[in-house]
Design a protein around this ligand. Structure first.
Ligand code: AMP
Ligand code: GLY
Length: 427
């Protein structure tokens, strides 16, 4: 099977790497990819927002499967354009990607499907904002209706801050605060049916102890030894299958990864958000412990044949990912800082250095790896259990340096589910 992964980040690197380790996959291509993916796959230039461009590339290399990584091209309709060109694509059409593209839409689908989630109101005027904030009370949760690259959600005790965020956004969803540990569950969907992957947790704040601003994710681990064993089955029954049924009923079947962001509340798991893609870095440890082939699974989903393949399987071990971010992240990022030690870290047993925001520049001594984004690298290790994987990940991460490097020292240190999640005390 020839596969093509679209995107540039850590998610795409982890997906491409898992595909490259699947005996069923004969070729891995990525576009545009990144220097880490380029070490084992063929890279191609492409405009990831241009479906015709992606379709032309997929056709020219004879791809059997295209995996569209990020949400922006999915919401823009890249998956359906490539599908229309006759290539199997893992990723939803525009209409189905609205589960991530519009918070109001996802709330409406959840309500229609009877999916447990935070109570909410969609609002567009100051009068409506104020009424909704007062109805739900503090802590206030205000979400931009539209895609906001991780910056659309404000959770605060300060009513004025909540109101100001709503006014800055326009159309927003104001919702009830959910209290409980957060879990990421990824469901591989073929339009009518789905398989869950093993749950993961993502440490979202920049500093240790869950302090400081939210980021795209500073580290992750899987499995969650403390979580109920039937959590995936429960979420499939209460969330994923009803959502798939509702989307199919509407004539917009959901094909791709349905990323269910959950809060494990005292009243059971409730949906915080849906995303139309794999989460990063949350998917990274999950793929590290996947023991069945990724290519066959995603191809079966892309072609509506999930019921014909076995459920994915996972090792008894664990994996931990520690993100290395550049100076200024998450407010800004620093580009061009020279990175050292990646080769040494990659050489450590059971470790993969995943590239998220790196670039290769030419200098008199040859190629030089430099920072090129907020999240720069992710050091991922597997081990017997979470503690073992964690020790290996940090030992390898210690080998990597660049100016202004930021990382947390407490990723997966507390595998009890009491991470920052929705908690306000850590702001
Ligand atoms: P989202 O972009 O929807 O993932 O929201 C970003 C973060 O805001 C989530 O990971 C949660 O930590 C927090 N959050 C979102 N919605 C809620 C909610 N209803 N209750 C508590 N925290 C929330
Ligand atoms: N790790 C959070 C996300 O991918 O949205």
């Amino acid at each position: 099977m020839k596969t093509l992964v679209i995107g540039t980040g850590g998610r795409e690197h982890a997906l491409a790497l898992a595909l490259s380790r699947d005996p069923e996959v004969t070729e891995v291509h990525a576009a545009p990819g990144n220097p880490g993916i380029g070490a084992f796959a063929t890279l191609h230039p492409v405009d990831i927002m241009d479906g015709a461009d992606v379709a032309a590339l997929a056709t020219s290399i004879g791809a059997d499967l295209v995996v569209v990584g990020p949400e922006a091209p999915l919401v823009a309709g890249v998956a359906e354009t490539v599908r229309a060109a006759g290539v199997a694509v893992f990723g939803p059409d525009t209409a189905a990607a609205q589960l991530e593209g519009s918070k109001a839409f996802s709330k409406e689908v959840m309500a229609a499907a009877g999916v447990p989630t935070a109570g909410s109101r969609t609002c567009s005027t100051t009068e409506e904002y104020e009424a909704a904030l007062d109805a739900f009370g503090a802590p206030y949760v205000v979400k931009d209706d539209a895609l906001a690259a991780g910056k659309g959600v404000v959770v605060t005790l300060d009513r004025a801050e909540a109101l100001a965020h709503a006014q800055a956004c326009g159309r927003v969803v104001v919702e009830e605060f959910l209290d409980g540990p957060e879990v990421s569950l990824f469901a591989v969907c073929d339009g009518t049916t789905a398989y869950p992957l093993q749950p993961a947790q993502d440490f979202k704040r920049i500093h240790d102890g869950g302090k400081g601003p939210n980021t795209g994710g500073m580290g992750s681990y899987s499995p969650l030894p403390w979580a109920p064993a039937d959590l995936p089955a429960n979420v499939m029954e209460s969330v994923v299958q009803p959502t798939l049924d509702e989307m199919a009923r509407r004539g917009t079947p959901y094909v791709g990864c349905l990323y269910v962001g959950l809060s494990l509340t005292a009243d059971g798991p409730k949906v915080i958000e849906f995303n139309a893609r794999f989460g990063d870095p949350d998917i990274q440890p999950v793929l590290a412990v996947l023991t069945s082939g990724l290519g066959g699974l995603l191809h079966a989903a892309a072609t509506g044949r999930l019921s014909e393949v076995d459920a994915p399987t996972f090792s008894d071990g664990a994996a931990v990912t520690v993100v290395l971010a550049s100076a200024g992240y998450p407010e800004s990022s620093s580009k061009g800082d020279v990175i050292t030690g990646v080769g040494a870290a990659n050489g450590v047993a059971d470790v993969d250095v995943i590239h998220a925001g790196t670039a290769l520049v030419d200098d008199p001594e040859g190629h030089q790896l430099v920072t090129a984004g907020g999240r720069v690298l992710a050091v991922r290790a597997t081990g017997y259990d979470v503690a073992d994987a964690r020790a290996r990940a940090y030992a390898a991460a210690d080998l990597i340096t660049f100016e202004g490097l930021q990382r947390r020292s407490d990723i997966a240190a507390e595998p009890l589910g009491v991470v920052e999640g929705a908690s306000l005390t850590q702001n």
